[in-house]
Design a protein around this ligand. Sequence first.
Ligand code: SAH
Ligand code: SF4
Ligand code: F3S
Length: 436
Amino acid sequence: MNAYIETFGCQMNERDSEILAHLLGRAAYQQTSTIDDADLVLINTCSIRGKAEQKAMSLLGRLAIRKKKEPRLKIVVAGCVAQQEGQRIIDRVPQTDLVIGPQEIYRLPEYLDKVVRSGKSLVANDLVDRFKIPDLGHVSPAPAASRFLTIMQGCNNFCTYCIVPYTRGRETSRPVADITAEARKMIDSGTSEITLLGQNVNSYGLDRGEENAFPTLLRRVASLPGLRRLRFTTSNPKDLSPTLMACFRDLDNLCPWFHLPVQSGSDRVLRRMNRKYSRREYLDRVAGLRDACPEIAITTDIIVGFPGEEEPDFADTMRLVQTVGYHSAYSFKYSPRPGTVAAGFDGMIEEEEKSRRLALLQSRQNEITLAVNRGYEGGEVEVLVEGTGRDPGQWRGHSRHNVVVNFTADAPVAVGDYCRVRVVQGCMNSLRGEKI
Ligand code: SAH
Ligand code: SF4
Ligand code: F3S
């Protein structure tokens, strides 16, 4: 039997989809890359913004229609919408066989078996406070040069716009031994770049009462033989400590890239977002990072049109992107999420106004990104080859700064190789170069 997985949302969902694929394999399903060939379709959903949720739900709607003609098709909804909506998904789309939350995915084969035996739909979306991610030592990952490794679940921050604390529960850190064992397995299977994942990796270990456990973990993982590149994401700026900054000075294989979501440049908006840092504190941390590692590439997330954001607040954000000079930024229009505090705030901004601000911000950031990328012209970067580029004869990968590089090569190149590349041109979304 064939299974098709469609993944929406963040890297944690991507990693969960790998685990789900493995578990489906144990339930005798093989992966297919064509949805029409599938006997089972699993949608791993995201509810961070309304649009992400609508995309997943419209795919579910199309599958429900198909299932009317093809009753043997199994439909599974996993991820954050599954967690949040639970039984309501089955009420709306009764063709759904299984709704499974992020903490329940490890029991997928058992639940599938139940669904098949009973012929009835099932909802599994328990959310407990001290959830322990099972030891995944048995998951032998498909070989890949670059992989994600989840080090913690959940979030305790309750930023007022954000649904994650409701869909992923409280912060729970995995034991160091589980993480290093999983990293070792990945390295043994040919991985040389690992990205550690969590919603706020800086608070890794705090749920066990350990201060500064994340820098210690980083040092442990960085010391594993065979690991050429180490990255992590994401960090709430409020917890970014000097001890973590020092890692960028000390660890050769820790890549000079830091994703540091700012959300807004206005203190008034930051307070209403419950971000727990000021513009000043944020800029101080950026300066601290650059002091520890002058070449570090800083990227960010920004929300425009948060309730009550006025023209001077937005101007503060525009000034901040200029001041920091981000390598790149993901920016979003504020989207009210059910159950979050900000969804009940006064001062909702019109959609059109949000779009206007987003366009202004993005065009400013594009200019900055282009200038940053031009700054690499004539220099050399190291690229981990991930595949072929867009043009024939081109290869593609990321630099240590996490910038996409497309390059040509005279000699043979293979996926997983590290190449030295001379940058010929800095473009808006990538660098173009030639292998040295
Ligand atoms: N844990 C990460 C963020 C994860 S969500 C952090 O704290 O930085 C990824 C991004 O989605 C956020 O940084 C934010 O910019 C955006 N986001 C979250 N909720 C949103 C909402 N309701 N509307 C618009 N963007 C949102
Ligand atoms: Fe959401 Fe804030 Fe937690 Fe990030 S830190 S996941 S934005 S609540
Ligand atoms: Fe989306 Fe859930 Fe990740 S809401 S961003 S899939 S934690």
